[in-house]
Design a protein around this ligand. Structure first.
Ligand code: GDP
Length: 206
């Protein structure tokens, strides 16, 4: 199990496959602060709690799920089980889940992993958070690599069970390019959720 969770009463969790750009995004959200997270390059296996703010607030980068080179199948399952338990145990304190996906590859990955018996990790995580009553924002990263943006985002909405056009869901689907520091849509969504949670003291962070 994951241990050492700081005692903070408002938390945002980032979830997503490995390599979608969670670390890049986290650096932007935390104002480029340097953290000694003990992270091994490439693979994060423990939550990284970013609790730099004096306010009772933190952002937690949960380990990447799905394929990870150098990590065997059993260990991948164990990491995913730990993520699920962590979210269940802390659901009352989690203000928002940010599901980070790679805009270029997400549709192919979802479609490849959808069968009669299985649903892909990304879609599963989206529904899992919502079933626990945790609102979810989907940060669709690497949009600089996507040409047919509206089409791609419409497909993503469809796969998440949100009727296209995606523009109806701009409070949920946030196209970003973290590498270039372009995360305005996500910041807007984070501000809305902070406000809805009566945490206007957090607006300055987004
Ligand atoms: P993590 O494994 O999810 O933490 O992903 P990282 O933040 O380490 O990023 C994985 C790779 O994607 C790195 O090579 C990043 O430079 C790259 N990357 C992150 N954000 C973007 C983006 O917006 N556009 C593009 N093209 N690449 C990105």
């Amino acid at each position: 199990m994951f241990q050492n969770r700081p005692d903070r009463d408002t938390e945002i969790v980032l979830v997503g496959r490995s390599n979608v750009g969670k670390s890049t995004l986290m650096r932007l959200l935390t104002g480029h602060k340097k953290f000694n997270t003990g992270k091994k390059p490439g693979v994060t296996r423990q939550p990284n709690h970013f609790d730099w703010a004096p306010e009772s607030f933190m952002i937690t980068d949960l380990p990447g799920f799905g394929f990870m080179s150098g990590v065997d199948e059993d260990h991948r399952e164990e990491i995913k089980t730990n993520i699920v338990h962590y979210i269940e145990e802390n659901a009352d304190n989690i203000m928002l889940g940010v599901l980070v996906v790679d805009g270029k590859s997400v549709i192919d990955i979802i479609d490849r992993h959808t069968t009669d018996e299985t649903i892909p990790h990304d879609v599963e995580m989206f529904y899992f958070l919502r079933e626990l009553g945790i609102p979810v924002v989907v940060a669709v990263n690497k949009m600089d690599k996507v040409d047919d943006k509206d089409e791609r985002l419409n497909d993503l909405a469809d796969r998440l069970g949100l009727a296209p056009p995606w523009k109806q869901w701009q409070d949920v689907i946030c196209p970003i390019t973290a590498k270039r520091g372009n995360i305005d849509t996500l910041n807007e969504a984070l501000r809305e959720h902070a406000h809805a949670n009566k945490r206007d003291d957090l607006l300055k962070f987004f």
